[in-house]
Structure formats: structure tokens, C-alpha cells
Design a protein around this ligand. Sequence first.
Ligand code: 5AD
Ligand code: SF4
Length: 468
Amino acid sequence: MSADPTLTKTLFIKTYGCQMNVYDSARMADVLAPLGYAQAAAPEGADLVILNTCHIREKAAEKVYSELGRIRALKQAKAARGETMLIAVAGCVAQAEGEEMLRRAPQVDLVFGPQSYHRLPDLLSRAEAGEGGQVELGFPIEDKFDSLPEESLEQGPSAFLTVQEGCDKFCSFCVVPYTRGAEFSRPVADILAEAERRVAVGALELTLLGQNVNAYHGSGPAGASWGLGRLIRRLAELPGLARIRYTTSHPRDLDDELIAAHRDLPSLMPYLHLPVQAGSDRILAAMNRRHGADDYRRAVERLRRARPDIALSSDFIVGFPGEDDRDFAETLRLVTDVGFAQAYSFKYSARPGTPAAKLPDQVPEPVKAERLAQLQSLLDAQQAAFNQASVGRRLEVLLERRGRAAGQLVGRSPAMQAVHVAAPESLFGRLVEVEITAAHPNSLAGRLLDGDAGLRAAAPQEAERACA
Ligand code: 5AD
Ligand code: SF4
């Protein structure tokens, strides 16, 4: 929240889904600040409520409609006091539902897709002028980045930076190519300028975001096309930037340049989220993944040769149409072969408009549930073993949020493990050295190494982390 007296209206944004939505929500706040909107912590009484939605998995639209029901009551309460509340739905559900959203939820004033939020001021002024429901679903991505204001200076030690948007892969289960549109990479110069600004206001860590981030191919100086590896190599030269991460990647786009970046750059963290989705070649082909299980195993080998301590994470889908017991056993085998530090796994859910939704042989719900439980117990055991192996080690931790207990700060290890440590408030936003004393299923506990010896780098200022 800002105390700026020129901010006269209040804005509440609820963000669903991925980190790109977190980044987009922050940028929406940036677009709206010049119009006098300050962010509020709750929707009650807000002048503008934005739901920034996610459509990737089941019941996304239904959840948004039920949230809209709750917000309608707040809008009515405000109207009874003679005041107005505008309601906007943004993000991928908005993109997928479009006009339908205004029909089903007439309390909504604005519906706009992920590529249209730079047009918010215009849409808002039309809605305020009583022009009825405004719907904006275009895909002019270049316009979006060109016409956004510079990002706000409120941010913490770890910041997101969108470098790429959209996806051309068309995995047969996935809505992203339809809701986010075709791949687009921001030019190198724009990314470097944003990175410099973020570092100048206190970011020690940058996470480069993109739906298919390692497909990045932005235009560099003199018109050359730069891949993600080259971009990261350049970013690693920025003074003060201690850590670089990127997400989410596709195994097909893991090129030699990116692997070499993992080999050569200490600030590129030894952690990679590389979704494989399934371990059966038959299912991977039906998913239109364009890689087999052995391609994935080879990619992991190349990565581990370059950076032996790299921790791997993945996404899995169980119960894709036609998946039988043998296919599922192949997924378990792949997990056993690779060994993951952590992972996300989901039951397949048919997304309207995607090719897989029309496939025969949809897998019954109880079978999906059983497979998910089996897969998750294997993945949980791998994560527990990975965390356990950290006990007794010294890890560098970026203290980026306050813990639930008083006097506790929480940060991330290089491999993205959450680490809880008793530490004075003055170390918030710092990179410190921690000895790990205990491992839990989803986190570690540690002891701050003595005094300044544990201090690796100083953040220029203390700032609230802008991202979740
Ligand atoms: N059903 C289940 N999981 C899905 N994902 C994407 N689409 C679906 C779907 N239709 C998962 C994939 C992806 C992650 C972000 O969400 O595993 O990598
Ligand atoms: Fe969706 Fe990722 Fe496949 Fe693109 S690569 S279609 S974002 S699952």
C-alpha cells in the first residue's frame, strides 16, 4: 500500500495462478497509479476490484463466477451508500469467456485478456462514463510492453521480470496458446533496462518469466536474435544482481547455450523447473509434446554434466485420455530414473477448446485419483530425501519474507527450498549463510551463521516484497 497523498481511489487485485499473473497484477497497479489508484488489502469498499484469473486447470471459470457473486454483494453495499465499485475480470478466464462473462455476471464492468491491460485507463474511463460492459481481448503484445509505464519502485529483494509471453507449442491438453496467444519475446534492451531498474531499487534476485521462457528469442543489439542463454549471460554481468532464475521451460528448447550458462554462471541458480508431463512415449505423442521420455532423460544428463548440483522440478499430468497402467508405470519409471527435488502433479482435466478434450478413452476419475496418489507419494519421498540431504550443509539464503513466528525470517536456498531461520529484522532482504539443522516435507530450518560472517551481500534498502 502506498501513502502517496495523490492516490485518491482504492484498487483491490486478486491474483490467481502463475507467476506471470503475479507480474501482470503488479503492472496493472503501475498502469493505474497515475489515475490515482492506491492498492488496498481487501475488496470491501474498493473503487475498483480486479480478478486476475487463471484458466489452466479445472473449475477455473466456476471459481471466478462464485468469487464474483461475493463481490457483487460488496458492490451492492457500496451502491446503497450512493458510491460506485467497478468490477473487472482480467487474465486467461477473461480471455476464454469473453462476452459470455458479461452475460453470466452482469455486475462485471470490464473484461480484458492478458495482452490488453495497458488499455485499462481507456477501458476504465469508458466504464466510468457508463458505457456498459467493456470487453477487450486483442493480442497486440508488442503494444502492451511498449505502452506500459515504468514499473513501480516498490519491490523486494526477489523480483519477477517477464521476458517472453505466449506459446506456440500447442500441447493438446493446454489452453495457454489460446488464452495467451503466440510466442513473443521482448527486445534485449528493454529487458536489460528493466533489470537495471529493479536491481537499483533493491532486487538481488531476478526470476525471468515466460510461458515458454527458454523459447526466448529477442532482438539484441544490431538486430541479432538472442536466445535465453545469451540473455542470462548478459544479465549476469549486472553489478549487484546476485541470483538469476527462469521459469517455465520446455525440454525441446533447452539448447547448448542455456546449458553452458548453467555451467559457467554462478549466479544462475542450480535449479530448473522443466515439465515433462508424462513418461510414456505414446502419451507424450498424444499430448503433442514433441519429445520422448528418453529425450528428457538425455536433457537431464546434459544439465547434470554441466552443473552437477542442479535440482530438478517438473509438472506431471496423470490420466491423460488413453493412458493405461503400462503408460503410467512409465511415468513412475521416469521419476525414479531422474530423481526430482520437487514437482507438481495434476489429474488431467479436459479444457474446452483443446484437442485432447475431444479424445475418446477419457480415464475414469477414480483411476486418475489412484494414479495421482501413487505418483505423489513417490515424488514426496524424493523431495523428502532431497531436503534431508541438505541437513548439516551451509546454504546461501535470500531472506525475502517474514515468518509466522516472531523473530523469524524465511528465504530460499539456491535450489528453491524454503528456509526458516531465527534472524533479526535488520537482515530482511539480505543474502545470508545458513547452516541447515532440520528438514521438513516442504521446507528446511536453519541457523544463521555468526554475525557478519553469515552476511553475503547487503540490499540497498528494506522493501516489502511486491510478489507473492
Ligand atoms: N489438465 C491438467 N493439468 C494441466 N496442466 C495444463 N493443462 C492441464 C490440463 N488440461 C498442467 C501442466 C502444466 C501446468 C502448468 O499445468 O502440467 O505444465
Ligand atoms: Fe501449454 Fe507449456 Fe505446452 Fe505451451 S509448452 S502448450 S504453455 S503446456
